[in-house]
Design a protein around this ligand. Structure first.
Ligand SMILES: [Zn+2]
Ligand SMILES: [Zn+2]
Length: 363
């Protein structure tokens, strides 16, 4: 399966509804795309917005840093030194090159550089993660509210840094690197939840990071682990108040992703149940904010997914009702003329639904 960036909204091809014969029913032409849980916005592919490093590096100096890989532009992971030129990249990034991308020299072989890698790992431990020792040394009674805030604040920045590194690695298809950074990040947030209790902020961050881990596992074809991560993501996101559009969207997408994985696995009943849960989350969200067109679109997409499985399960009448409800929703949805992207999605979902309906009538 082609890895799809979980962090950049624009690229969600697996959610495209217009695909011809959808193994994957329906789509997620998401109006709201997932955002970095730390408020650190994913750099667009266009590079229009340059990412800011929470540690104060700007993207340029960071890219050129001796601890990072020129190919994925993230901190080195499982690094490999080219022989003979000695330039260093992540192993997963350099393996497909015959010539060094930096100097053009032939790569005769690559060798591990454990010293450099351990420097990178120490850098992450020291700068990218929460300083546990500091907190552990503080007498419990002395941890005042103020200190906790500072501590949380630091952890937020550090968490954002790890997510940034993961995003870059994932986009460069260095999924193991992304997984490793996200795993540390999830571990740190869990740690914090144990210390400070589960605030909704921490739950939403953890839910999002676990969802990204699910995406990593899915990208490397590890469906069982992906399901586990998505389920855990759902577990945390469900605890949160349902009035946050970003959170309900992430929740419904995670449910759909589990549904997709069950669908591919041939477990249609399970797929239907996850799609249906996603549909309910979206219906509730649309009720809460009936003026947000993307929410209505999301509901229509979910209807399509559920109906598609219903058809596969032989429940043709229920399927038809679902397709019809989706069509009705979309036909009564009026968009502002400036919502060109939304209108395109509306059209393509509508076309999909109408084709589904026609397919039956043709039979
Ligand atoms: Zn790399
Ligand atoms: Zn070189």
């Amino acid at each position: 399966m082609k890895p799809v960036c979980p962090f950049v909204k624009a690229s969600r091809p697996e959610d495209a509804p217009s695909r011809k014969h959808q193994k994957e029913p329906g789509a997620d032409p998401a109006g709201v795309s997932p955002k970095c849980p730390f408020g650190y916005d994913a750099p667009a592919d266009s590079g229009a917005i340059s990412p800011k490093c929470p540690l104060g590096y700007d993207s340029q100096t960071f890219k050129l840093g001796p601890l990072s890989c020129m190919l994925c532009q993230a901190l080195l992971f499982d690094c490999a030194k080219c022989v003979p030129c000695s330039h260093v990249f992540c192993k997963a990034c350099i393996w497909r090159f015959k010539d060094c991308p930096l100097c053009g020299a032939d790569i005769e072989s690559t060798e591990a550089d454990p010293n450099l890698q351990s420097t990178v790992d120490r850098f992450i431990e020291g700068h990218g993660r929460i300083k546990r020792s500091h907190v552990e040394n503080v007498d419990k009674e002395e941890v005042s509210a103020k200190e906790t805030v500072i501590y949380e604040d630091v952890s937020l920045e550090r968490g954002a840094f790890l997510v940034q590194q993961a995003m870059r690695a994932f986009r460069a298809q260095n999924v193991e690197s992304a997984k490793s950074r996200l795993t540390l990040c999830a571990e740190d947030i869990r740690d914090q939840i144990v210390r400070t209790g589960s605030t909704s902020e921490l739950c939403s961050q953890l839910g999002a990071v676990l969802g990204m881990l699910g995406d990593c596992c899915r990208a490397i074809g590890d469906a069982p682990s992906a399901v586990t991560y998505f389920e855990e993501s759902v577990e945390f996101l469900q605890k949160l108040p349902a009035d946050d559009m970003e959170i309900t969207h992430t929740l419904s997408v995670s449910l759909n992703k589990i549904g997709d994985l069950k669908y591919y696995d041939g477990d249609l009943q399970a797929a239907r149940s996850y799609y249906d849960r996603s549909l309910n989350v979206r219906r509730d969200a649309a009720k809460q904010s009936p003026d947000v067109p993307s929410q209505i679109l999301d509901v229509a997409v979910s209807l399509a997914k559920v109906a598609d499985v219903d058809r596969s399960l032989g429940n043709e009448n229920i399927a038809i009702q679902g397709f019809q409800e989706g069509i009705k929703l979309l036909e009564s949805l009026t968009l502002k003329s400036e919502d060109i992207g939304l209108e395109q999605r509306r059209q393509s979902v509508l076309e999909f639904l109408k084709n589904q309906l026609a397919e039956k009538e043709a039979k």
